[in-house]
Design a protein around this ligand. Sequence first.
Ligand SMILES: [Zn+2]
Length: 558
Amino acid sequence: MASEDVLNEIRSRCNIVDIVSNYVSLKKTGKNWMGRCPFHEERTPSFTVNQEKQLFHCFGCGEGGDLFSFLMKIEKRTFPEAVKLLADSLNIRLDETKGDKYDLLYTLNERAAKFYNKLLFEKEGSHGLAYLLERGIKRETIEEFRLGYASAGFEALKTLLRKDFSEKELFLAGLLRQGSKGMFDWVQNRIIFPIADRYGKITGFGARALDEAMPKYINTKETPIYNKSRVLYGLNKASETIREKREVILVEGYIDVIMSHQYGFKNVVATCGTALTESHTSLIRGVDSVILAFDQDIAGKHATERSINILAKEGKNIYVLLFKKKDIAELLKDEGEDGFKKAYLEKREFLEFSLDIATSKDKKDGLAYLLPIIKQIEEPIKRQSFIKDASEKMNIDEGIIISSIKGIGPGFSDHLSSRERGHLSAEKQLLKLMLEDEEICLWLTKEIDQSLFSNPLSKEVFLSLKEALYSEGVFGVDRLAGKVTEPARKLISALITETTIPGDKYQMAEECIRTMKKTFLKDKRALLQKEINQRQKNGEDVREQLRCYQQLEMEVRL
Ligand SMILES: [Zn+2]
């Protein structure tokens, strides 16, 4: 337990306004700082921080306390864990008699990172180093980001760490894999990117293949300290600048982040090999503006579209960077700081960008794409002028757009077709059954996979149930509430309060799964149909596709 001296030292060196600003966009009003409460949903700010007293309070939900209680609540930590987070970030040494329960994992990751980094500068890692230098990364940047190299052998890391740790511990940290002849290093012959949390502690690793190994990029498996939808690469380095500028630039890859920082753009972070989720946005809630600078290919464009949909709900100013290179790393390597600055100055407001996307689709799809975005525009004048623009560019009557907006109600089932809604209710029903009954929950987490859920919120709830059951061995809705995003929490409470339909629970669950599987197959079939049409148009052979189609057709009917 930390002594009163340590607590006092932390208090004297930390400013609660700075800490809270990592999570909440604060504006100074008189003596206090105000913002929208991170602990309950609100439109008008009632969350205040008092710098003089170093306390926060929310007039909306009554939450309040000092900086330790703020961190405990927002990072879901115990008191000693919150103290440790702050102490570590200030390099204050704590009496280590009672570390937090994740210490072992952090220690292992730290040791592994050191080993990988050392190897990069030895003969064995020389082609890894050459690769990084070739991409334009300087030696000092390599050191700053602690990049490393994983040996081409299968037991280098294992041999080193086995002296101090058991194989089981290394396996839990994701650093070893289980093979038929025993455990071996999780990756071979790859560049290693240590991934740190906001406070600089290494939670996991990303690894890029240096040979033909697939996939090109992989991450360590999820562990109690590493969840890839809850980490932004580079946040430990970017956090301060993001807070000062109230602006974050999101890029796609590790090297994009590293190069940006090397060239002095310090508010750049990346999602680690995954799409932006609502959990990610909770890490950057303190900003006013988000700039999307993803890869300039089709996949990057889709990622941009999806991210806009998520971010627009948060009421951020969203911009998109467009440039004539593959990605930000290449832009910086070829054109340096100036290339980045030029792209930044020419950034497009997301509404303009969305309109371009919509006009590139056919009218019906284009309108369907725009409706939820229009709904998010709060200012009436801005909304009206956007509708006018959309109407002109897409050649659709303004009246039609307006009546389409009225047709979609608020809430969970926004802009979904009726078929999707049917699917959603099966998903919801299934989650409800899981939330109500531990046995069903256990059975289903083994029986089905998250890919069956089409709605991201449902998927999140499913995964958190699974996580709670397996990593903590406890079942309880109350334990879940603190571990999911706000929208997921709302879904959970909505599901619990809904009336339970009487009947055989197992039978109902099976019915739901059947419906969900069918939708899954139907979606797959629709995709295949598109591909067949396209290939036929191009005069290509479609026999293989038709075979698959028939197979799917049969499965759908089963
Ligand atoms: Zn509140």
